[in-house]
Design a protein around this ligand. Structure first.
Ligand SMILES: [Zn+2]
Length: 429
């Protein structure tokens, strides 16, 4: 259908100061008209968006699509489907694939395969060090030139501080940045669950929060001293958040992301001994969850990233020490953030910022705009409709999440990318 009329939606576009009810007419993929009331006419498809939000679609700078190498967990096609079902049209893939994304040919493979699937913008990050081994820097300039949007060894930290400093300086000097999975492995010491009452009661090997805190502190100080940007992946502890606030106040170019699971779940998820609760960094205690929520509200944490980490059922059935950490997240970010709006941590405008415009700006892209003349790249969601998380509603290839069987509130109804509807909750992709 070349004409689509979105009626009565509450349009929120933080970058363009729009926060009101409007009708939107889309012709041949372009936003033709935005007005208080546009009368429907013959031949136009009408989307009734009453009581729904219309916003720029979302951006997730931290997903694991497992392609190349582990496509039994996820691939670029299934990952893209989960993304658009979650309202996302821009995602950045992590380089801990097999082989790692540390060469131009693999950067190109991700971009080309993403374009071939065509549901959303699939962008690669590239490894900081060759093979993610932490020893020798990759050819950052060539990788960036080929399309890598930033550098990370995620899944593992850049443990060597000298290498980290060099990487930050090099990435910063070419207009990019390093994102760090902050974990001092000597402190985590093969721990499984957050060190606290739950791990002690269940006899699970404890993982102290200092493993995260000390490396966040190191990176903050390197950012301060070098003046170079650094991004903290999946921040989860209260002390780490306070450290980032301190470094930001001193002028460090530091940014941080938080996952839906660290915003909503605690180590209580371990109580049924299910390894679906295993994730890195681990699910923490109530006071940590409160700290990351308020930090997201205040801007100390810049935005949400899902760390969507699919694993096969048989892998998550392994014993807790052997089961790989990680959970999926692309379809749960919106409901998680909406819950925080409902509980008054922040308003709907901030919700759109942390899901959409802030992460887009972080990777140097212009957020999609809801403006006349622009190509339609937007999401329409019902903030009130609830749905159950189950094998059918999860569109990722892997179903590893502790949320199975639970009800979430907030449902993506339509996702537009490149002027087209790439997902609707009635007809799928
Ligand atoms: Zn990580």
């Amino acid at each position: 259908m070349s004409l689509i009329l979105i009626k009565n939606g509450h349009v929120i576009d933080p970058e363009n100061n729009i926060n009101n009810q409007f009708d939107i007419l889309i012709e041949k993929g372009k936003i033709k008209k935005i007005d208080k009331n546009i009368e429907p006419f013959a031949g136009c498809e009408i989307i009734n968006a009453e009581n729904m939000i219309v916003s720029p679609s979302f951006c997730d700078i931290h997903v694991h699509f497992r392609d190349p190498g582990q496509t039994y967990k996820e691939d670029i096609r299934t990952g893209s489907i989960a993304a658009v079902a979650g309202g996302y049209t821009t995602v950045v893939c992590m380089p801990n694939t097999l082989p790692a994304i540390d060469e131009v040919s693999i950067v190109r493979y991700i971009i080309e395969k993403g374009e071939e699937v065509g549901l959303c913008r699939v962008l690669p990050s590239a490894a900081v060090t060759k093979g993610r081994k932490g020893k020798e820097l990759t050819e950052m300039w060539l990788l960036k030139d080929a399309g890598a949007v930033y550098f990370t060894d995620d899944g593992a930290p850049v443990w060597d501080a000298f290498i980290m400093r060099k990487a930050m300086e090099y990435a910063g000097s070419i207009g990019s940045f390093v994102a760090d999975h902050c974990e001092d492995l000597s402190l985590s010491n093969n721990g499984v669950a957050h060190e606290g009452e739950i791990a002690a009661a269940l006899g699970l090997p404890p993982l102290p929060p200092e493993a995260e805190d000390t490396m966040v502190a190191r990176d903050c100080i390197l950012a301060l001293r070098t003046g170079m940007p650094v991004h903290i992946c999946h921040i989860s502890s209260k002390v780490a958040v306070e450290t980032v606030a301190w470094a930001k106040a001193l002028g460090a170019k530091i940014t941080a992301e938080v996952t839906p699971h660290h915003l909503s779940l605690t180590d209580d998820e371990w109580l049924d001994f299910d390894c679906k609760a295993k994730v890195s960094p681990p699910l923490r205690e109530h006071e940590d969850v409160e700290a990351v929520r308020w930090a997201l509200a205040s801007g100390v944490i810049d935005f949400v990233a899902t760390d969507h980490a699919p694993h096969a059922h048989q892998e998550k059935m392994l014993e807790h020490q052997h089961c790989p950490p990680g959970m999926i997240g692309l379809q749960f970010a919106l409901p998680t953030v909406l819950k925080l709006v409902k509980k008054d941590y922040f308003d709907m405008k901030r919700a759109i910022e942390v899901l959409s415009t802030e992460p887009m700006k972080k990777i140097g892209l212009t957020p999609p705009a809801i403006k006349e003349g622009e190509t339609a790249e937007l999401v329409i969601f019902d903030p009130f409709e609830s749905w159950e998380v189950n094998e059918e509603t999860i569109l990722s290839k892997s179903k590893n999440t502790p949320l199975i069987g639970r009800k979430l509130r907030g449902k993506v109804k339509y996702t537009f990318y490149n002027g087209k509807i790439v997902y609707s909750d009635k007809s799928g992709v």
